[in-house]
Design a binder for this molecule. Structure first.
Ligand SMILES: Cc1cc2nc3c(=O)[nH]c(=O)nc-3n(C[C@H](O)[C@H](O)[C@H](O)COP(=O)(O)O)c2cc1C
Length: 190
């Protein structure tokens, strides 16, 4: 479902969305998986610090199971059908050892590029902060200098009717955003 934008924007932005109906039989090729990770790799970051670190699991393998275990019950119910789960973590310190206050911002930029590349490749991506960071740390043996930030479910979209109840409602809901007049506090062009 295309976003009803107030002015035309690039097709890839208008058509990107976060579905929850994943085809549980689909797999992602290594070419596509490398492609989305490469897109993330080329994100901008403060001082080119590149604090992002990725843990990638394919459905059925150990890492996928470990990431899935860290998800909240609601997220597990649909994300288990994704082809790939990626846990994005960030380095909390800079190369000189000082605290990196903005690592989550940089990680967000990398994830935005990953998601757009996934959409460009005909895949769907759904980000989640509904997971337990402590469980993720221990399941994946994440080192103490890394902080889990977000999990991304990647895969192939299936029909909404695969879902039921509130999940189906959300899948079919109209996509909405706050108006520009509310989010541009000062300086909105006419
Ligand atoms: C940082 C972040 C965390 C999110 N966490 C969850 C989550 O835990 N579970 C979920 O079902 N959706 C989650 N979402 C998806 C949002 O609900 C979704 O992006 C939002 O409703 C806008 O919909 P759209 O992406 O289809 O435009 C998350 C999205 C972002 C960016």
């Amino acid at each position: 479902m295309k976003a009803e934008t107030s002015v035309p924007v690039h097709e890839i932005i208008a058509t990107r969305r976060s579905p929850r109906s994943f085809d549980e039989t689909a797999t992602i090729s290594d070419d596509n998986l490398r492609g989305v990770l490469e897109a993330a790799r080329w994100a901008a970051s403060a001082f080119n610090g590149q604090p992002w670190r990725f843990f990638v699991g394919k459905r059925g393998d150990e890492v996928f199971g470990q990431i899935l275990t860290s998800l909240g019950e609601f997220n597990q119910s649909w994300a288990k059908s994704a082809s790939v789960l990626i846990l994005v973590s960030g380095k909390t310190t800079k190369r000189d050892g000082s605290i990196h206050a903005d690592f989550q911002y940089d990680c967000g930029l990398a994830v935005a590029q990953l998601v757009i590349e996934a959409h460009h490749r005909g895949l769907i991506a759904h980000q989640m902060t509904g997971f337990d960071k402590t469980i993720a740390q221990s399941e994946l043996s994440i080192s103490a200098d890394l902080m889990p930030v977000v999990v991304i479910a990647l895969g192939t979209q299936d029909v909404p009717e695969k879902l039921s109840g509130p999940l189906l409602e959300r899948e079919l809901a109209k996509r909405e955003r706050l108006p520009l007049s509310e989010i541009v506090v000062k300086g909105l062009p006419a």
